[in-house]
Design a protein around this ligand. Structure first.
Ligand code: UD1
Length: 341
């Protein structure tokens, strides 16, 4: 059984990916510093899969800790590197925190396992495209100047990986550019666990519906879109998790060499107001919301061309907006009864 190191494996996307790795017959080994995740998620993964992955609690920006990890876990076939900070606004306030964590951790991992034939999946983001000139955006679209230090860490990390491969290393690398992951596992045992006030749309919706927040503010209804609110490509987190398994399968093939990058979305755009309507229809809950000003740094609209992933990864998103909303709601109700924090 191939061992796969999953950094940030107790986080939102990481935990769902650990479940899909186990379902696909891999042996995930979780690394997490618990800075934005809860140890109880390991129990939840065990409940879903019947298997309890090995867990190392450590900070990947600590060079010695990562060297020790490589000694403790020498025989890994792959790395899926999720561990990173991701709050756009916070990254503007505290850029060094973001550069230190997101960049050092990547370099430490690459250096500690250098020379080994490891298949490496990197969590990138559609944020690298900024506001694309052409929609849906393809992987060939020009990379725009980053709008935030967070976005810049994704661009720099892609360059570090590209240059490492170009220098002829023994790694193979796939960077997955995620669009907007939402929803939760169908068992409602794992899902997104924002610390404090959620910055992202769907956790804010579910927390408002359950009464933790008074009301949702829609950030702007004067954009040049069909109803004036911003457009994003929302993708179910379980579909996204499966894309990582597909990336590992592709890199196992001899004909895959070097470095490649894939958009991971559904290929469809939805407005904020459409998401609210879908949530209300699917759950029967009336959402208290108001229209507010635009949020600084938001792009007007972005959705992905995902045909490259369909052709080469043999992966396609299967779950629609209704499943995204109903699973996010089931998870919010679950944690109201069974706090995991
Ligand atoms: C952003 C980043 C993305 C990153 C993600 C993780 C950009 C362009 N995108 O996604 O790379 O991976 O955060 O945190 O930097 N909205 C509201 N009210 C709210 C919250 C959100 O109207 O209370 C709207 C936003 O204006 C946006 C949409 O909902 O149009 C989605 O916002 P959000 O969930 O924060 O994700 P992004 O900003 O798209």
């Amino acid at each position: 059984m191939s061992k796969i190191l999953v950094t940030g494996g107790l986080g939102y996307i990481g935990s769902h990916t650990v479940v899909e790795l186990i379902n696909a017959g891999f042996e995930p080994v979780i690394v997490d510093d618990l800075s934005n995740s809860q140890p109880k998620i390991l129990d939840q993964i065990t409940k879903i899969t019947g298997k309890r992955p090995v867990f190392h609690e450590l900070d990947l920006s600590d060079e010695n800790a990562v060297k020790n990890l490589a000694t403790a876990e020498p025989d890994i076939a792959g790395v899926i590197h999720f561990a990173a900070f991701k709050a756009v606004g916070e990254s503007v306030q505290q850029p060094l925190k973001y550069y230190r964590n997101n960049i050092y951790s990547l370099i430490n991992l690459l250096e500690s396992y250098y020379g080994k034939p490891i298949n490496f999946v990197f969590s990138s983001s559609c944020t690298v495209y900024g506001q694309p000139d052409v929609l849906p955006v393809t992987e060939q679209a020009p990379i725009k100047p980053a709008q935030s230090p967070y976005g810049n860490t994704k661009q720099i990390a892609e360059e570090i990986l590209f240059d490492t491969i170009a220098a002829g290393s023994s790694y193979k690398v796939i960077a997955l550019r995620y669009f907007n992951p939402v929803g939760a596992h169908e068992t409602a045992l794992i899902g997104e666990l924002p610390i404090g006030v959620p910055q992202n749309l769907v956790p804010f919706i579910t927390q408002t519906a359950i009464g933790k927040r008074e009301k949702l503010t829609v950030f702007g209804d004067d954009y040049n879109t069909k109803d004036g609110s911003c457009v994003r490509d929302y993708i179910h987190v379980v579909d996204l998790a499966k894309a990582h398994v597909a990336a590992l399968h592709l890199m196992k093939k001899n004909e895959f060499k070097g470095y490649d990058v894939f958009n991971i979305g559904t290929g469809n755009g939805n407005t904020v107001l459409e998401i609210i309507k879908a949530f209300e229809e699917v759950t029967g809950e009336k959402l208290n919301y108001t229209i507010g000003p635009r949020r600084a740094g938001d792009v007007e609209q972005v959705w992905g061309n995902v045909s490259k992933a369909e052709e080469k990864l043999h992966w396609k998103a299967e779950l629609g907006i209704d499943a995204m909303m109903s699973s996010a709601w089931a998870w919010e109700k679950y944690i109201a009864q069974n706090p995991v924090q």
